[in-house]
Design a protein around this ligand. Structure first.
Ligand code: C5P
Length: 225
C-alpha cells in the first residue's frame, strides 16, 4: 500500500454482519472522513426493482438505474432515491432476499461503481462493501477485510432486526446471510474476496470499539512510517 498524501481513501470489504458499516461510520466520525455505504446503493436499486416489478436482469431495470438519482445525506446515514428518503425501506427482508441477484448484474455494477468513484474524488473517504478494495478503489491508501463466523454475524443481524421489531429467528437470519454470502462470493463479476494487500481482521471475538481502534492505529502507524 502506498503512503497517504493529503487525500486519504480507506476501503473495507467483508461479508454481511462482519461489522463493516458500524466500524466505518465510527472511524469516519473520529477521523473526520466522508462515509460511503456502497451496499446502500445496491439496496436502493433493488428497492427500485421491487417497486416497479422489474426482474433483476431486465433491460428496463438497467435503464431505470441509469436514469435514477441516488444521493447520501447526513454523511451516509440517509440515502435518497430520486429525492425520497429510503433509508428504512432498503433494510427490509424483501430487499435482503433480492439484493444479491440485482448486484450481480454487470451493467448495474458498472453504473454504481462509476457513481462511487465520483464520490471518492470528493475528499478523504472511508468506503465499505464487497468490491471496494478490489474494483472501486484498487489504489486505496488503506485496505481492510473484516470477517467473523457466520453464527456471530447472524447474531449481530438478529439484534439489529429485533430493534426494528422484525419477527425472525437466528436460524432464518443465518440462512439468509449464508445464501447472500454464497451469491456474493461466487458471482462472475466483482465477487467478494479479500484483496491481496488488505489487512484481514477477524471480528468474531472483538467489540466494535476494538476494531475501530485497531483500524485507526494501523492508519496512524502507516502514516507515521
Ligand atoms: O453491505 P450490505 O449488506 O448492505 O450489502 C447488500 C448487498 O449489496 C450485498 O449482499 C451484495 O450483494 C451487494 N453489494 C455488492 N457490492 C458492494 C456492496 C454491496 O455487491 N460493494
Amino acid at each position: 500500500m502506498k503512503k497517504i498524501g493529503s487525500q486519504v481513501t480507506i476501503a473495507i470489504d467483508g461479508p454481511a454482519g462482519s461489522g463493516k458499516s458500524t466500524v466505518a461510520r465510527r472511524v469516519a466520525e473520529k477521523l473526520g472522513l466522508l462515509y460511503l455505504d456502497s451496499g446502500a446503493m445496491y439496496r436502493a436499486v433493488t428497492l427500485l426493482a421491487i417497486q416497479d416489478g422489474l426482474a433483476a436482469d431486465s433491460l428496463e431495470l438497467i435503464e431505470r438505474v441509469k436514469a435514477c438519482h441516488i444521493e447520501f445525506a447526513d454523511n451516509g446515514k440517509t440515502i435518497l432515491l430520486n429525492t425520497e428518503d429510503v433509508s428504512v425501506q432498503i433494510r427490509t427482508p424483501a430487499v435482503n432476499r433480492r439484493v444479491a441477484d440485482v448486484a450481480k448484474i454487470p451493467e448495474i455494477r458498472h453504473e454504481i461503481v462509476k457513481h462511487q468513484q465520483r464520490i471518492g474524488k470528493e475528499g478523504s473517504i472511508i468506503a465499505e462493501g464487497r468490491d471496494l478494495t478490489t474494483i472501486v478503489f484498487p489504489d486505496a491508501d488503506f485496505k481492510f477485510y473484516l470477517d467473523a463466523s457466520v453464527t456471530e454475524r447472524a447474531k449481530r443481524r438478529l439484534a439489529e432486526l429485533k430493534k426494528q421489531n422484525v419477527d425472525t429467528t437466528l436460524a432464518a437470519v443465518e440462512a439468509e446471510i449464508s445464501a447472500r454470502d454464497e451469491k456474493d462470493k461466487t458471482r462472475a463479476h466483482s465477487p467478494l474476496r479479500a484483496a491481496e494487500d488488505a489487512i484481514i481482521v477477524d471480528t468474531t471475538d472483538k467489540t466494535i470499539n476494538e476494531v475501530v481502534d485497531f483500524i485507526i492505529a494501523q492508519v496512524r502507524k502507516m502514516r507515521a512510517a
